[in-house]
Design a protein around this ligand. Structure first.
Ligand code: SF4
Ligand code: SF4
Length: 158
């Protein structure tokens, strides 16, 4: 049976889906750029600690506003798909000035994209929409739907 990859209704949702919580996940704090903290992409935030955010009550607005696709409810609910379990953070947004939706998947640790659950989810999403993969080594690959069998590798670069 095909995996239901994306809940399209939740792709651009503004908040967390009912019953979903970050708990002690801090994957976005390690992977994403944070302009207010002048933190570049793929550098761990100084405020991240074992149990989450050490300045949770006073964390910057950008941190408050961010909800990954799992937290938004766009991905399957099972906790094994939360980024700290799966090793992959999925995000979706409309870049400023662009009409299209950009979907990205960021690898949290080496070879996380090769895990069976991650691979299955990536394959299922890429059958529906272009998906940009950000590898741990800094390289990128774009996967997307093609006519006929298989999926195209559209681009890969540093
Ligand atoms: S990656 Fe998602 S689940 Fe994890 S802390 Fe960030 S928003 Fe929460
Ligand atoms: S301030 Fe807190 S929520 Fe924001 S990136 Fe750092 S650890 Fe994460």
């Amino acid at each position: 049976m095909a995996m239901p990859a994306l809940n399209e209704d939740r792709l651009l949702a503004n908040g967390a889906a009912p019953g979903r919580e970050c708990d002690d996940c801090t994957v976005c704090c390690a992977l994403l750029a944070q302009a207010e903290l002048r933190k570049p992409m793929r550098r761990a935030c100084d405020h991240a600690c074992r149990n989450g955010c050490a300045i949770y009550e006073t964390r910057p607005q950008g941190c408050r506003d961010f909800h990954c696709l799992w937290l938004r409810g766009a991905l399957p609910a099972d906790l094994s798909y939360r980024p700290d379990r799966l090793g992959v953070l999925f995000d979706g947004y409309r870049p400023v000035g662009a009409g299209h939706l950009r979907l990205v998947a960021l690898e949290a640790w080496n070879d996380a994209f090769d895990g069976s659950a991650a691979r299955e989810l990536i394959d299922a999403i890429a059958q529906e929409r272009p998906l940009e993969l950000s590898y741990r080594d800094g390289s990128w690959q774009t996967r997307g739907p093609v006519s006929g069998e298989g999926q195209a590798v559209l681009r890969r670069g540093d």
